[in-house]
Design a protein around this ligand. Structure first.
Ligand SMILES: [Zn+2]
Length: 640
């Protein structure tokens, strides 16, 4: 432990911020102490479905005389606390403050309270419990080769606290050391420093190896990530590997090897050189609830991106872009989530345009995004708090606010700013913003002031930015102004959809659907075609749905982006032939983007089948997804 006098800067910072913690979704007193380094010594116990070990936090003192350290925990067992190696008094709140968990209060005794000590090291003996919301444990039967168990974490937004006691706020960034024991290969969100030290197992249990990782770049707690299972890896670029089960490795390698490095280089051209040394992808089992999670070093990705046609690698462009927006420059709280996701979607589409040398691709992707935005706004209602760019999350669960809105409204805002000041000028602001706030956390007001300051000496840009109605952008619920999209790539999809609409209305005489209609479409163009059909006020007739499914081979597609949208159309049409396949899809794919619309459609068509499907697959779903489905079901039954 380093002992040195507390710096003037630290005291000033504390005085400025002690009464104004920016993040309402943490119970920690992070304005009094700030985590500088986190060491996780954990053993993964697959039988007990637990992590057990010691967490060591190195905390910087920000407030003089502060005698309490309050940390976030949720469903953790704490068995001992020490400060600088000496036993310390602590109290784990016996009742929970929903949805934030049980604060752990550690007393800083007189001998450690000297203001001359700028840092303290706290060791906490801890194990996770069965109620842990950050981990999913799979039995061998739930994995593809059915040989070994599997576990992985998902900490965003506020689940890190159920994995380790910490200051669980994106406003605090810490370096990390991971020392993880497991009988199976381990990945963590750091650079591997070598697996060693075999320990033979006792009582018939398998032996364990120690896997060590180091994360020298400070990162927020929600990027703490672990996975362990029967993992194999292959190269997909000069600084990139893909990890997955041994049987899926070849397919995954093929899916990513063409695009990964060009994506990284395109992003570097737009922002600046990649900071995290390596960029790798871990393809998870199908219950992973998201498209991807931007855990540093290892993006965690859904297997639905591996569609055998390289048509869904845009997820990689997205997660990679997070290496700058989110991971290097982080939102200070989940109320400003658009700074993470809006920037990332904006960069993802810039990367696509750069790689394809074509701005139309960017517009086309934004058109798909606008549909997702419309769906989310419809779901919440146009006046809902969660349809704002900057949301109020006091007392709320950030998971409840999660939707496409911060992604799409955020990227629309950035695109609006690009057009307002002009692309050349805006392109000089991008690296400035990511340099200015590198390794920091920012809120919307800092974003605004950084932008205004950057263009201060440019009268034309400055005038436009000052005239902009910032409050409307930040706080008005519902839709932002719709951008003027270049619809070249979408028009063919709309035209085909219109023909189906006419056929459905009994108006068309000369349109005879055939496979050739979509032979030149990319998978994303088929997506736009299907989404257009979904917007028609009159659902297709069940017989037309069946004809579409067989003519265009949507019903047999391996691409879940297509098949899930096709089923949604079938459910809208009350086409009974898709009820069972839709229920089967819900038993194979746990990505919430697909589960949400298909489950909703199924509830509306056949409530009993929907309930049975949830019941049958309870253990398959990730806790976050299961919770969402449960809430959807409760709302639906209440509304009936
Ligand atoms: Zn994202």
């Amino acid at each position: 432990m380093v002992m040195r006098p507390i710096s003037d800067a630290a005291v000033e910072r504390a005085a400025a911020s002690i009464h104004q913690p920016r993040d309402p979704n943490t119970l920690s007193n992070y304005n009094a102490w700030r985590t500088k380094h986190t060491k996780a010594d954990y053993e993964i116990d697959f039988d007990a479905k637990r992590l057990k070990g010691t967490i060591e936090l190195t905390l910087e003192r920000l407030a003089q005389g502060e005698r309490k350290i309050i940390l976030d925990t949720s469903y953790l067992d704490i068995s001992g606390v020490a400060i600088a190696g000496l036993r310390a008094k602590y109290n784990l709140a016996s009742s929970r403050t929903e949805p934030y968990g049980s604060p752990l209060t550690i007393e800083v005794e007189e001998r450690h309270a000297s203001d001359q000590q700028s840092e303290l090291t706290v060791q906490i003996d801890v194990q996770t419990t069965n109620d842990c919301t950050a981990l999913q444990w799979l039995t061998p039967a739930q994995t593809t080769n059915k040989k070994q168990p599997y576990m992985f974490s998902q900490c965003q937004a506020i689940h890190a606290r159920s994995l380790l006691p910490c200051q669980d706020t994106p406003d605090v960034k810490s370096q990390y050391t991971f020392n993880i024991r497991s009988p199976l290969p381990v990945l963590a969100s750091g650079l591997p420093t070598g697996a060693r030290d075999f320990q033979p197992g006792k009582d018939g249990k398998p032996g364990t190896l120690l896997y060590t990782f180091n994360q020298p770049l400070p990162m927020p707690s929600y990027l703490f990530a672990l996975a362990s299972g029967d993992l194999a890896c292959a190269s997909v670029g000069p600084r990139s590997t893909v990890w997955t089960g041994p049987e899926e490795l070849k397919d995954c390698q093929w899916e990513f090897e063409e695009d990964t490095e060009p994506f990284i280089q395109a992003a570097e051209k737009i922002v600046y050189p990649y900071a995290w040394t390596t960029y790798n992808v871990l393809v998870l089992p199908p219950s992973f609830p998201y498209g991807g999670m931007e855990n540093p070093q290892y993006t965690f990705a859904t297997p639905t991106v591996v569609s055998g046609d390289r048509q869904n690698v845009d997820v990689v462009a997205h997660e990679l872009a997070h290496s700058w927006s989110g991971n290097l420059v982080s939102n200070a709280s989940w109320e400003h989530f658009w700074l993470n996701e809006g920037w990332t979607v904006y960069l993802e589409r810039r990367i696509q345009a750069e790689v394809h040398g074509n701005e139309q691709v960017r517009h086309f992707s934004a058109i798909i995004g606008w549909k997702a935005l419309s769906d989310s706004i419809a779901q919440f209602g146009e006046d809902h708090e969660f349809t704002k760019l900057v949301v109020d999350l006091k007392g709320k669960d950030p998971d409840d606010a999660f939707s496409s809105i911060p992604y799409e409204k955020g990227s629309t805002f950035l695109w609006h700013l690009e057009r307002l000041v002009g692309k050349d000028k805006w392109d000089r602001f991008i690296p400035h913003y990511f340099t200015e706030h590198k390794e920091r956390s920012v809120d919307s007001y800092e974003f605004k002031s950084t932008l205004l300051a950057f263009f201060e000496s440019d009268a034309a840009a400055s005038e436009k930015l000052n005239e902009l109605d910032w409050d409307t952008w930040f706080y008005k619920a519902g839709f932002p102004p719709k951008p003027d999209f270049d619809t070249t790539l979408a028009d063919q999809c709309y035209e085909l959809a219109d023909k189906w609409q006419a056929l459905n209305a009994g108006k068309s005489t000369d349109f005879e659907p055939k496979a050739d209609d979509i032979k030149d479409f990319t998978a994303n163009q088929s997506v736009v075609f299907l989404e257009r059909i979904q917007t028609f006020s009159e659902p297709l007739s069940p017989s037309l749905v069946e004809q579409m499914g067989s003519t265009y081979a949507f019903s047999s597609s391996k691409n879940v982006e297509l098949v899930s949208r096709f089923y949604t159309i079938g459910l809208q049409a009350r086409d009974e032939s898709v009820y069972n396949p839709a229920a089967e899809l819900l038993g194979k794919v746990g990505r919430m983007k697909f589960v949400r619309p298909v489950f909703k459609g199924l509830m509306e068509c056949d409530l009993e089948l929907a309930k049975d499907t949830l019941k049958k697959n309870r253990d398959f779903y990730h806790p976050i997804c299961r919770n969402m489905m449960q809430k959807m079901l409760e709302r639906f039954e209440k509304g009936k």
